[in-house]
Design a protein around this ligand. Structure first.
Ligand SMILES: NC(=O)c1ccc[n+]([C@@H]2O[C@H](COP(=O)([O-])OP(=O)(O)OC[C@H]3O[C@@H](n4cnc5c(N)ncnc54)[C@H](OP(=O)(O)O)[C@@H]3O)[C@@H](O)[C@H]2O)c1
Length: 302
């Protein structure tokens, strides 16, 4: 018999809400940590998921405005722009021996979490999914896949394996990545050119990659060079081939945020790339220019 775990989910939005519902449906105890209004809604109606992969279902979850008891794992699924405010809901003392599993894009947040919580319990994850919170407790999952790479070089391997097994049994495809830096940069190196180019020009990927081909190639060359300097393997030709294989209508989540007037994760993606480039002396003129242009267009660098 499988022993079911208790999982806290900080920020039950597109990614967090989907995983909270899947874990609850597969029998785990799930406590969502959210703002008061959202916590009330989740307690009243649970989380409804509409998905091509999982169908439509509603799962009951517990909800609170702060973590008040030890759990087995705490998934952190807020955006970077809300990270500090949201973390105040998770006091280190309440966590016990729990794994802290951030699902955020970017490469700098693990250090922030390790400064706050037990470093050997912070297990950064990369999630490949397209999932949107359309209302508190209502999640539209658009992609026919939900893939998670769990990392954490100092985290006991058995803990990562157990969480990956729980997530997989719940319906995601989860695996343990051998190298945290490589896992985080693999996502970053793909995401940064896609997000910056599509957001800067307000175009879906198909048009952006043909009308701004030279810039895309430069962005990819710059990002892969920074990734390699940080110790993560990256191939520009391979990255370009992946963009070309994507459906032409694909839009980045940064672009969707820009269109909806929401704050962008510009600092966590573009800013982090510039800082890493600066540390390693890698020139990134096209990335820097696009970031300047995005800022000039009124997108704060936060
Ligand atoms: N969505 C995707 O398809 C996807 C795919 C890959 C990676 N990612 C990454 O995953 C991370 C999360 O993105 P997301 O799309 O899941 O974000 P999201 O849909 O905006 O969800 C964020 C959640 O955080 C909650 N929140 C905001 N401030 C909070 C606070 N102070 N305390 C507690 N909860 C708070 C929001 O609450 P309310 O509901 O109350 O507003 C919302 O439910 C980002 O780094 C993103 O880049 C997302």
């Amino acid at each position: 018999m499988t022993i079911k775990s208790t999982v806290a989910v900080l920020g039950p939005g597109g990614t967090g809400g989907l995983l909270a519902a899947l874990l609850s449906r597969s029998g785990h105890r799930v406590v969502c940590l959210a703002q008061e209004r959202t916590a009330d809604a989740l307690r009243a109606t649970g989380i409804t998921v509409r998905s091509p992969q999982f169908g439509e279902f509603t799962a009951a979850v517990e909800a609170d405005t702060a973590l008040r008891e030890p759990v087995d794992a705490c998934l952190v699924a807020v955006k970077h722009t809300a990270l500090d405010a949201a973390l105040s809901r998770v006091p280190a003392a309440a966590l016990g021996d729990a794994l802290v599993v951030p699902l955020l894009n970017g490469v700098e947040h693990p250090a922030r979490l390790r400064a706050r919580y037990r470093p050997d319990r912070v297990a950064p994850a990369v999630i490949r999914v397209e999932s949107t919170r359309v209302a508190p407790g209502v999640i539209e999952h658009g992609s026919p896949f939900t893939e998670i790479d769990l990392a954490g070089d100092e985290v006991p391997r058995a803990r990562l394996d157990a969480l990956a097994a729980d997530l997989t049994a719940a319906g995601a495809t989860a695996r343990v990545a051998e190298d945290e830096t490589a896992a985080l940069w693999a996502k970053m190196a793909f995401l940064a050119p896609f997000a910056l180019l599509t957001t800067r020009y307000g175009l879906p990927l198909g048009e952006a990659r043909t009308r701004h081909r030279e810039e895309l190639e430069s962005l990819v060359a710059e990002t892969t060079a920074v990734s390699r300097a940080c110790g993560a393997p990256a191939e520009a030709a391979q990255a370009l081939a992946r963009y070309d294989a994507f459906p032409p209508g694909a839009r980045s989540s940064m672009q969707r945020d820009a269109e909806a007037g929401r704050p962008l994760e510009l600092d966590a993606i573009g800013g982090a790339l510039l800082r890493a480039a600066g540390r390693h002396g890698v020139p990134v003129p096209v990335t820097a220019r696009l970031l300047d242009e995005l800022r000039a267009a009124g997108h704060p660098f936060g």
